[in-house]
Structures are given as C-alpha cells and as structure tokens.
Ligand binder design. Structure first.
Ligand SMILES: Cc1cc2nc3c(=O)[nH]c(=O)nc-3n(C[C@H](O)[C@H](O)[C@H](O)COP(=O)(O)OP(=O)(O)OC[C@H]3O[C@@H](n4cnc5c(N)ncnc54)[C@H](O)[C@@H]3O)c2cc1C
Length: 425
C-alpha cells in the first residue's frame, strides 16, 4: 500500500516536497492549499509597485503538478490537526495521513495590536500587493484633483514600518516608480514629491546583513529620497495616521506593515512547545517531538539544524526542508523492507541547512548580496539579484514573462502594471 503523505501548503516547502515525491509509486500525495496558486513572495513588492502583474509571480498548483499522477491537489483551508486520529480537518473535507507535512508559512503579526490591521497593509498575499498598488496610484490620482495642500501631502505620504529586506525593497521601488516612471504623467502635482518614510525600531536597517552593507543600503535609500527613522517605533496607528514613540505623528494615506511575522493559524491546534512567533520547535529531522509522523517545513517552524544553526525564514531554506522530507519518507519506506524496520525513526536523516546567502534590492541598479564567500553591492549585486530571481521562478512562462516585463520597464521606464479603477463604495 502506498503511504499517504498529506502536505498543507503549496509554498516553497510544500511544493518542493510534492515535486520530489511525484510519480513515486510508494506514495499517494495530497497537497492542500487555501489558494489555488504557488506564490513567489520575493517579488510581491514588484506587483505592489506596479512593475509586474500577478500572473508573472504566481502559478496554478494544478498546472505545476499536472504531470505528477500520484499527487492530488485540493483547494481547502485546514483548520484542525487531530494527531491522535492522524487526520486533519479542512473547511471542505477531512484528510487522513501516514505522514503529515505542515508547510503553511507565516502571516503578518501586528505584535498584539490587531486593531492596526485595518489601517495598514501587510505584504504576504497577492491581494495585499494589489491593495498597496491601488492605494499608491489612487492617492496620486486624488491628489491631482484636490486643491488642499495639506490633504495632498497626506495622500502623497507613505509610511513603511520595518527596515528588513521587505521594507527596504518596497521603499526603493516606490521612489523608482515616482522618479523614473510617473514624473511626467501628472499636470497639477509633482509625483516626485511622494514622501516615503521608513520606520525602524533598531539602530540600523537590514540587521541580518553585515553593517557595511546596511550602511550602503541606507545611504542609497536616502539618496533616492527615502526618510529613514531609526531607533523609533510605532505606538499607535489610526486611519491615515501613525504615532511614533518619539511623539512624532505622521499623516499618511498608505501605511505598510513590514515589521513582523507569526506562524500560520494552523499551529494553534498543535499541542507542542512554540516560540514567541508561535512557531513550533521541531526535532532536527523536522518532526514534532510529540508526534513522529507530523513534520513541519519552511517558515512555519522553528528549526535548529543538525549543525546547531538556526534556519532563517528564506525561500531556499524552505525548499531544502521540503526536499529533505521527501528524502526522509523515501528512506523510511526503504528501511521498512529491511531488518532495520523497527529502528526507522531513530535512523532518520537529519536536516542540514546549506546557506546560500541573502540579498536585497534597493531601487534600480543597486542591491546588496551577502554570503559566507562574498559581499557584493551596487550594480553587480543588482545583476546577481536579477539572475537568481529569474532562475528561482517556477515555470518557463513565468521566467520569460518576468524577463520581458523587466526589460520593458528598464528600457521604457514605464512599469507595465499600472491599470486599476475606482473601488466600489
Ligand atoms: C514580501 C516578501 C519578500 C520576501 N523576499 C524574500 C527574498 O528576497 N528571498 C528569500 O529567500 N525569501 C524571501 N521571502 C521569504 C520567503 O518568501 C519565505 O521564506 C517562503 O515563502 C517560505 O516558504 P513556505 O513554504 O514556508 O511558506 P509560504 O511560501 O508562505 O507558503 C505557505 C502556503 O501555505 C498555505 N496555507 C497557509 N495556511 C493554510 C491553511 N490553513 N490551509 C491550507 N493552506 C494554507 C498558503 O496559502 C501558502 O500557499 C519574502 C517573503 C515576503 C512576504
């Protein structure tokens, strides 16, 4: 009998696991996701800043797995794990498993201030990126119509909370959008007056990068016109208004929350030890300490790997974890046919993270890349960033379409995805 592997989440971790088990007769794989597509989150900010369109960075899970005959895909939201009965419950149906892989990623965290959610935009889903794009472009449209200078300034102010890679990338992208693309499109307002404020609670941005790289990124953002506020943090958010600990109140129509993450809600139903971001701690083979047949992979888990390294929440790490689990399942099935069957759990391969480095783009033609072997910055890093992101995208169509969109935007200085209409009241 093939082993039933149920995977929750078709992101980087879940999808890589499913692909590695594809067409293997020892496994019957079920992939469940609440969205019908795999999303390339590292390029979400390019949809938010109107450079790319949704189909460039997302692809239907059924389409990706259409040739994997042993993999079934279901559109469902998993709400409960019953570890004793080895079943998970979705809004549509229940699924029983021999092995469960929870690869449900993270969601935005407002650090206990969930009431701020309705006045801010997170950046995790395609919908978030659309909403940000709509907010920026429609603010400029409104500012072009009205005469009140104070109201114009409020409409043309963007506050980004969080100076990690997401905050930095989006700040640079907005400045590029108004300075390179929109600067001559309006008659009454000057879009280059868009005020972009980046708020960071620590004493520097990009704290996962070496200090010199972070300094370069800060100088670069400031030269683009981004106001960076360090050592300050948000203490209140109301509609169109952010209050900082220093007492400063900033009126801004678009407030982007790029400050915190917490594990997907599905982990609420797991009775196990979790960290402050609600991520369960897993063993170094990625199984839960209490349940050897439940595994967590990707951002949803707190993983200390076989070498004692805390695994970061990055796409390559998630892919490696998904692949590791596929290998582990295959190995267990093989051992079941040998005299080592009884020891199969203790003989499981341990997960070791292969660190390929980190990178962040800072507007057009500048980026920082940092790995054990080298640190790059400027246009060389930017080229490396472009190449790696193209290579990592899933599907030839997406690679080609992103390449064409980028080439067009680069040569014409016109981002291709600026179309929107007024929202219904
Ligand atoms: C804006 C942004 C920029 C980023 N930039 C980079 C970058 O430049 N480089 C980099 O390496 N990493 C980057 N990351 C991080 C990277 O995207 C994550 O590390 C990676 O997506 C983690 O993969 P995952 O499979 O764990 O989760 P995800 O890719 O988040 O996938 C989780 C999946 O689970 C599904 N799901 C969640 N809950 C349920 C449920 N209850 N039922 C069913 N399905 C569910 C979701 O719909 C989703 O498809 C970025 C992330 C963001 C948000």
């Amino acid at each position: 009998m093939p082993k039933k592997v149920v995977i929750v989440g078709g992101g980087f971790a879940g999808l890589s696991c499913a692909r590695k088990l594809a067409n293997n007769k020892n496994f019957e794989v079920t992939l469940v996701d609440k969205q019908n597509h795999h999303l390339f989150q590292p390029l979400l900010y390019q949809v938010a800043s109107a450079t790319l369109a949704a189909p460039d960075i997302a692809r239907s899970l059924r389409g990706i797995l259409c040739n994997a005959k042993n993999v079934s895909v279901f559109l469902d939201r998993i709400v409960e794990v019953d570890a004793e009965k080895k079943t998970i419950k979705g809004l549509e149906q229940s699924y029983s498993y021999d092995y469960l892989v929870i690869a449900a990623g993270t969601r935005t965290s407002w650090f206990g201030n969930d009431e701020w959610q309705k006045h801010t935009f997170g950046l995790k889903r395609l919908e978030d990126a659309y909403e940000i794009r709509q907010s920026i472009l429609s603010s400029l449209e409104k500012a072009e119509i009205i005469n009140d200078p104070e109201e114009q300034q409020r409409l043309m102010t963007v506050v980004i909370v969080g100076g990690g890679p997401t905050g930095v990338e989006i700040a640079g992208a907005f400045e590029d959008l108004v300075q390179l693309a929109l600067h001559s499109d309006f008659r009454r307002i000057d879009p280059t007056n868009l005020r972009t404020v980046l708020v960071q609670s620590g004493d520097r941005i990009l704290k996962s990068f070496p200090e010199s790289q972070a300094k370069y990124a800060q100088d670069r953002l400031e030269s683009l016109g981004v106001e960076i506020m360090l050592n300050d943090r948000v203490v209140d958010v109301k509609e169109d208004e952010v209050t900082l600990k220093s007492g400063l109140v900033i009126e801004a129509h678009t407030i982007i929350w790029a400050a915190g993450q917490r594990a997907s809600r599905i982990t609420d139903t797991l009775d196990t030890k979790k960290d402050s971001c609600e991520r369960p701690y897993v063993n170094n083979d990625l199984s839960l300490p209490e349940y050897p047949d439940i595994f967590l992979a990707g951002d949803v888990a707190n993983v200390i790997d076989n070498n004692g390294v805390e695994v970061p929440g990055l796409a390559p790490a998630a892919v490696q974890m998904g692949e590791h689990l596929a290998k582990l399942f295959k190995e267990e099935v093989r051992l079941e046919k040998t005299k080592y069957a009884a020891q199969k759990v203790s003989l499981r391969p341990k997960f070791s993270y292969r660190d390929k480095g980190i990178m962040a783009i800072i507007g057009k033609q500048a980026a920082v890349v940092s790995s054990k072997k080298m640190n790059l910055r400027g246009s060389v890093a930017w080229m490396a960033w472009l190449l790696i992101h193209i290579l990592f995208l899933i599907g030839f169509r997406n690679k080609l379409s992103v390449l064409l969109s980028w080439s067009f935007a680069y040569l014409s200085k016109q981002p291709g995805s600026r179309v929107f209409s007024i929202k219904k009241a």
